[in-house]
Design a protein around this ligand. Structure first.
Ligand code: HEM
Ligand code: NAG
Ligand code: NAG
Length: 535
């Protein structure tokens, strides 16, 4: 009797509690739902054109759940019914109201003329757990960004490129040797390979020698420590994909989950490597006019400032190693991707490849087989081929900034663009440059692969103001010259003894990996490479 009573009592209490718990949960859900609905009414309340968001992900659903690669997704937003004809359109990055810019005049104004109002990227890394990831030129915020940018700019002058040229050319020669050492079928003189990996071995060795002063020898040891660390950064498994999406779209998650651009292992490796090289250079007093000289100068200036009682940030944090780390990561992946996309397009467009090879052959012959900086600068057709590749496949397919109004100002007015709206502080801005580069309003027959569209006589049907694979304005790619040089040298030596054709595994249209924010082809790029020395 007592026991039964007790049991009934407990059961009663439980049901009561259960009802309470359920009621509380329902209340929380309803509140969150109403709060989200309110957040998602921002653009309607502002009376600005906007694209209808979905719950939770806002206008990023296809990217976040990896249904869609970033190029296709930004094209979808850029070409949306609600966006067409408007200079800018409201979107939601999760629940955060953001602006997608479409009009070229507006983009130029934001990125160049009124840069001071948009002087930071929205993307960010975690300063507490990932110092190399957050103190580097790409992710640093003002005023630190400005200071680093001024100091690093001298690394990339054309004078410095000329000085580094022999180092890069040495690696390009090794790349040619590596290719020539691959076994080919005796009947056809050809073999099928995945080209992205050898291209990455080449660019990894180029960055190691120019930015770290070291022979990484990835081409002779594909499992070398530089390549292993580089590969880890850009291998988009599920977790890595989430981390990158968080850096670019939801930096708040980066802090919560301690996402890292550079893992603890990679941080230790990159930091120790640059530290040892710098110590060695300072001890022996050797100079080579490369990044390391600049970093050492940077450090000495900071030490002077410290003596004057200032507190330069680079002595307290890993700022020097962070710059070398971003050159390493931004430097090898984007250029090897560009080389690989070029080879894919050459397999699809044999007539273009033939012209390219003819140019390479003439350049070698008219220079007695000697490769020089001036010769590379003279490869006009190759320049247009690489430009056309970067129009189709810019490794970073969108640009981002946040609004940074001056103290005391409310925001940035879009009145000049016929929009009655003040962009408030910290609002993210996205520029879908790949979608812009594929817009028939700016480029004639945009899906076709046509290097000649960059010839001056074709300017009237191809708008160069709409071309921005390296970004634009003061925050643009600092490594553009370097990137073009290493890409062209790599291609020159590739074509010295080989060309490519399509194989069974070469798709008619390249599929991009939906997990990769920095674009990659899905499943690599498999091509038939044919051994055929030019002379
Ligand atoms: C084909 C190769 C490359 C492409 C397409 C590319 C593209 C880009 C783009 C689109 C940006 C953002 C620009 C903006 O927001 O306006 C950027 C920034 C940057 N890139 Fe590159 N990049 C390439 C190669 C390189 C190389 C080789 C290096 C270094 C050696 C490098 C270092 C950087 C750095 C440090 C930034 C941040 C600059 C700043 O915010 O001040 N990139 N790149
Ligand atoms: C393969 O290469 C050799 C040596 O360069 C050449 O003699 C031969 O004609 C080539 N065969 C084919 C099928 O191209
Ligand atoms: C290298 O690391 C040591 C130990 O952390 C440090 O004392 C030294 O200042 C570093 N050298 C450079 C050039 O950063």
């Amino acid at each position: 009797m007592i026991i039964t009573n007790l049991l009934t009592g407990i059961a009663g209490a439980l049901t009561n509690n259960l009802t309470e718990i359920l009621a509380t949960l329902a209340f929380i859900c309803a509140t969150v739902y109403i709060w989200l609905q309110y957040q998602y009414s921002y653009w309607r309340r502002q009376r600005l054109p906007y694209i209808e968001p979905t719950l939770i992900f806002g206008n990023l659903k296809g990217i976040i759940n990896s249904e869609c690669d970033p190029c296709t997704w930004f094209q979808y937003l850029y070409n949306h019914e609600k966006a067409k004809e408007h200079p800018a359109v409201g979107i939601y990055i999760f629940n955060k109201p953001s602006l997608l810019l479409r009009d070229l005049e507006l983009i130029k104004t934001v990125m160049i003329k009124d840069f001071n109002y948009f002087s930071n990227r929205h993307s960010a890394s975690d300063p507490h757990s990932d110092s190399l990831g957050s103190d580097n030129l790409f992710f640093a915020k003002n005023p630190i960004w400005k200071e680093i940018r001024v100091k690093l700019t001298p690394v990339f002058t054309s004078g410095k490129m000329k000085q580094m040229f022999p180092l890069i050319e040495g690696i390009a020669q090794e790349y040619d040797k590596y290719l020539c050492s691959q076994k080919v079928d005796a009947k056809t003189n050809s073999t099928v390979i995945e080209v992205k990996e050898p291209n990455a071995l080449y660019t990894t060795d180029v960055i190691a020698i120019t930015a770290y002063g070291l022979q990484a020898n990835s081409l002779s040891d594909p499992n070398g420590i530089f390549r292993r660390n580089g590969k880890k950064i850009f291998t988009f498994n599920w977790l890595r994909a989430m981390e990158f999406k968080a850096f670019f779209f939801l930096p708040i998650l980066v802090k919560i989950f301690r996402f890292k651009v550079f893992s603890t292992d990679t941080t230790i490796f990159l930091r120790d490597t640059i530290n040892r090289t710098m110590e060695e250079r300072m001890r022996t007093g050797t100079t080579r006019n490369d990044l390391i000289d600049i970093l050492i100068k940077f450090r000495r200036e900071a030490e002077e400032e410290a003596k004057e009682g200032k507190k330069p940030f680079i002595l307290e944090r890993d700022a020097l190693a962070a710059q070398a780390a971003i050159f390493f990561s931004a430097g090898f992946e984007t250029s090897s991707a560009t080389m690989s996309f070029t080879m894919y397009e050459m397999a699809r467009n044999p007539d273009v490849q033939q012209r390219l090879r003819e140019e390479v052959r003439e350049a070698f012959l008219s220079n007695d087989g000697k490769v020089t900086y001036e010769m590379i600068m003279g490869l006009k057709y190759m320049d247009n081929v690489v430009k056309e590749v970067l129009r189709h496949y810019p490794p970073l397919p969108f640009l981002d900034r946040v609004c940074t109004p001056k103290a005391g100002e409310e925001g940035y007015s879009l009145k000049a663009f016929n929009m009655d709206f003040n962009v408030p502080a910290n609002m993210p801005i996205y520029i879908p440059q790949q979608a812009i580069q594929m817009d028939p309003q700016h480029f004639k027959d945009p899906e076709s692969f046509n290097p000649d569209r960059f010839l001056p006589e074709n300017k009237h049907e191809n708008n160069m103001n709409a071309y921005m694979p390296f970004g634009i304005g003061p925050h643009n790619c600092i490594g553009e010259r370097f990137a073009m040089l290493q890409t062209k040298l790599g291609l020159l030596y590739f074509y010295r003894n080989h060309y490519v054709t399509a194989c069974d595994k070469t798709p008619k249209k390249l599929q991009l990996d939906p997990r990769a924010v920095v674009i990659q082809s899905l499943g690599g790029i498999h091509l038939n490479i044919v051994r055929d020395p030019l002379f």
